[in-house]
Design a protein around this ligand. Structure first.
Ligand code: SF4
Length: 520
């Protein structure tokens, strides 16, 4: 019997859908509450149509969508609370007809596919909009689109109308990522190339994971002079490149590899861990007492730090760090390939700053090809493809990377070309914006289109932020993207045909075969 249905992420059961429990640990009760929350948000968006809605309503829309992203919130009580707030906001805005959550993933296969693509993309975009919002940056056009997109999910459309809504959401996400780029760089400065150690110093420390740089900044402020070191984890790694974050001496390095290894890497950790966003896996009892969540993240039984009067009090985490005490000796850790150091901070400004050198290297033939190898990591064994792909790329090629998929290869030393490292970490998944800007600048310099550049995108996807980034790339007309490790379950054969015919999206095969097809 089907107890739930969810097929929004790459690890969905049997490649078709989770029906008796989520591979991510989501229980049917929580899956049902995610659907009910989504339906309530559609109701709110309907109620808000043509009306002035305030900041509280906008925040509920952003948080509500973000909450349903994979590995974010597993807490039924928090989901109920959020749904109640959404419903009362709907009433405040004059009310509207409810959307039936049971219809979200039912009906004609292609319509379900198109509706789901739009919904999952909206969830990803809301996460980016939220990160910009907490830094005081909003773009009314982006916020309005979240309402419009939600209303569109609750309506009937022709296939062409769905496709046009999906492309519109991709375009809107470019504006959303530009907003977040502006929010991050105006708050923390432009990232600069920074070597990040994988050694953990003896004594008390805190691990912070997720994407929220503001939470990191507040934690750094609150641990000033307390003899507690801070280590990033997962998607927090690029924080080391930002001048206004790297200036804190207690921001020492990065602990752990990609998110899917957390149950092993956090098991005997003598330190608390703060989750600021996804990706939270159900914690084992051996370390659950050391975990703290904040913002939209939730899991039953874990300690949650809420914002009060615009501030978060991280003192319970600081107390826990002192109580656990850290290790007695320094400990050297490695990446998955045995490397002990990573470099990050090759964001937009840095790469643009060496544009002349890069352009000359391309013209002289020293650089033959660029690859963007990026996206999310995940647990499937097939993801070794990305490690092998990078290892096999010829010495006259440059690899741009972003998001957590880079943990597959970011401890490798693959050399330099004329002083430019061959592996350039541009940042978190949202820094896809920077990669797009660089590609556009290169295309301008060579007076060609992005599709005519010696550039190939080899992407790995896992959750819904990757979905919206992919839609952004497609909405920009970018073709010939290699996508893996598997294609999304929510893309029906007919919708896939449209994507292949229009954009020549290809599933990854083997590194050897794909490199041969790309480079000849
Ligand atoms: Fe399954 Fe992914 Fe949905 Fe979790 S988020 S229930 S793993 S499809």
């Amino acid at each position: 019997m089907t107890e739930m249905f969810c097929f929004q992420c790459e690890q969905t059961a049997k490649g078709t859908g989770c029906t008796i429990g989520g591979v991510c640990g989501k229980k049917p009760e929580v899956a049902g509450k995610h659907d009910e929350l989504t339906a309530a948000l559609i109701g709110l968006a309907r109620a808000a149509e043509g009306k002035k809605h305030d900041k509280n309503s906008d925040e509920l829309v952003m948080q509500g969508l973000f909450t349903t992203v994979t590995n974010v919130n597993f807490d039924p009580a928090r989901l109920d609370e959020l749904k109640k707030m959404v419903e009362s906001m709907k009433v405040k805005l004059g009310g509207a007809k409810d959307f039936d959550p049971a219809t979200l993933f039912h009906g004609d296969t292609d319509v379900v596919s198109l509706r789901s693509t739009l919904l999952f993309g909206l969830r990803g975009m809301a996460a980016y909009a939220w990160h910009a919002h907490v830094l005081g940056k909003d773009n009314p056009e982006v916020t309005e689109w979240l309402y419009k997109g939600l209303r569109a999910i609750g309506q009937e459309h022709s296939v062409d109308e769905w496709l046009s809504l999906i492309m519109e959401s991709g375009q809107m996400n470019l504006k959303c990522m530009a907003l977040l780029d502006e929010a991050n760089t105006s708050t923390y400065g432009h990232p600069v190339p920074t070597k990040v150690s994988m050694k953990v110093a003896k004594g008390p420390f805190i691990v912070i994971t997720g994407h929220d740089l503001l939470d990191l900044k507040e934690l750094l402020e609150q641990t000033k002079g307390k003899g507690i070191n801070i280590y990033t984890h997962g998607e927090m790694l690029p924080a080391h490149g930002y001048p206004e974050l790297k200036k804190y001496p207690q921001l020492k390095g990065n602990y752990g590899t990609a998110w899917q290894n957390q149950q092993k890497e956090f098991n005997d950790l003598p330190a608390p861990i703060l989750y600021t966003t996804n990706c939270l896996m159900p914690p084992k009892s051996t370390y659950s007492d050391n975990i703290f969540t904040t913002s939209v993240v939730g899991y039953p039984g874990l300690k949650h730090i809420s914002e009060k009067d615009g501030k978060k009090d991280f003192s319970p985490i600081i107390k826990k760090a002192i109580e656990l005490g850290g290790w007695k000796q320094d400990k050297q850790f490695t990446g998955i390939n045995g490397g002990t150091e990573m470099t990050t901070g090759f964001a937009r400004n840095t790469v643009m700053g060496v544009a002349d050198t890069v352009i000359s290297a391309v013209k002289s033939g020293a650089i033959k090809h660029f690859f963007l190898v990026g996206g999310c990591d995940g647990a499937k064994p097939g993801r070794n493809y990305y490690t092998d792909f990078v290892k096999k790329t010829p010495a006259d090629t440059v690899i741009l990377t972003l998001a957590c998929g880079k943990y597959r290869f970011n401890d490798l030393n693959i050399g330099e070309i004329g002083g430019i490292p061959r592996l350039l970490d541009m940042g978190q998944c949202n820094d896809a914006y920077a990669a797009i800007e660089v590609a556009i600048a290169l295309a301008d310099a060579f007076k060609c289109s992005v599709n005519e550049l010696p550039l190939t995108l080899v992407l790995s996807w896992y959750e819904q932020k990757a979905v919206i980034i992919l839609l952004t790339l497609l909405s920009l007309g970018i073709k010939n993207i290699y996508l893996g490790p598997t294609l999304p379950a929510f893309i029906s054969p007919n919708v896939l045909k449209v994507l292949v015919d229009k954009f020549n999206i290809k599933p990854i095969s083997t590194p050897e075969a794909d490199l041969k097809a790309i480079l000849g």
